[in-house]
Design a protein around this ligand. Structure first.
Ligand code: NAD
Length: 284
């Protein structure tokens, strides 16, 4: 039977530590300040933005939301980013995605100062990630790495197989796992015969966004299974993994909900604090 990796409890533990770090910063007169730009009225984005604000406030981070109309021009979004880049009291900036179609997302992300890039999505921070000299990491990938470390999983020499190659999850997680000396495979929609790869996985991560994608016949006995997927099926929130049948085969497994989800928002706040400390020349 698989040991449940409790992402929610771990996120709460980290939040308590983070609160103490924030208190220390405040005692030095430093107020961590995080700006989120949301363009348009995507209902899921609005929920995510509100969740982040609640979490930020609960750990003592000031969070300002710039809610822009869906007709906002790209020039105006770029001008806002320029203004926030230049404002010394702002430590972190992120643009909530997806953005409306007329906005060139790459151009917008590139405009964020790498020193304030909470999502780690600017080209220079992506480059630093692959060069192993990063100071900020995409939150979901960072959260998964910390969860594995918390449960004593050593990646050295392990086969790690990731389903999904997005810029926000699959690719950064591959870079971080490679840095820990895992042998990493990234699978995607054009991969032929997924199970040929997944059966070799000591650590299997699914970040595809497809319910019941990972079934028991695809998982080797004793594998560690991390389910990043968020899917709504008949009014229920489920991951990508057929949990009931995979859990007995796995040595460790994350549930959905309560696994990776709570880590993402917690580790986003951790990036804000990393950037705040760095801006103020505070090292570990
Ligand atoms: P995305 O849509 O940008 O990318 C999905 C990736 O999965 C693509 O690379 C695609 O090729 C691959 N894929 C899709 N179906 C596949 C299949 N049948 N076989 C093989 N590969 C397949 O998605 P994303 O933004 O990386 O998110 C992926 C999932 O993770 C979504 O369900 C999303 O909601 C969820 N997510 C969860 C968290 C969290 O905190 N738990 C954070 C980010 C994303």
């Amino acid at each position: 039977m698989g040991k449940i990796l409790d992402g929610k409890a771990f996120a709460n533990l980290r939040a308590e530590k983070l609160k103490k770090q924030v208190e220390k910063l405040k005692a030095q007169g430093i107020e961590p300040y995080f700006c989120v730009i949301n363009i348009g009225d995507n209902s899921a984005s609005k929920v995510y933005v509100r969740t982040k604000k609640r979490r930020a406030e609960s750990v003592g981070i000031i969070q300002k939301i710039y809610q822009l109309p869906k007709t906002e021009s790209e020039e105006d979004v770029l001008a806002l980013i320029d203004k926030l880049n230049a404002d010394p009291k702002v430590h972190g900036i992120m643009v909530q995605l997806p953005a409306p179609e007329h906005i060139n997302v790459n151009r917008v992300l590139e405009r964020i100062s790498p020193e304030k890039d909470v999502d780690g999505l600017t080209p220079s921070n992506i480059g630093r990630l692959w060069q192993e000299n990063h100071f900020v990491e995409p939150a979901t990938a960072d959260g998964i790495m910390a969860l594995l470390d918390h449960y004593g999983v050593d990646l050295e020499g392990k086969n790690a197989v990731i389903i999904g190659r997005s810029n926000i999850v699959g690719k950064p997680l591959a870079a971080l796992m490679l840095e820990k000396n895992a042998t990493v495979s990234i699978l995607h929609l054009a991969t032929k015969n997924l199970s040929e790869y997944t059966k070799m996985a000591d650590i299997l991560v699914s970040a595809a966004g497809q319910a019941n994608l990972v079934t028991k016949d695809m998982v080797k006995d004793g594998a560690i299974v991390i389910d990043v997927g968020i899917n709504h099926v008949n009014g229920h929130l489920v991951g990508d993994v057929a949990f009931d049948e995979v859990e007995p085969k796995a040595s460790m497994i994350t549930p959905v909900p309560g696994g990776v989800g709570p880590l993402t928002v917690e580790f986003l706040m951790e990036q804000v604090i990393k950037l705040t400390r760095r801006a103020n020349g505070i090292r570990e």
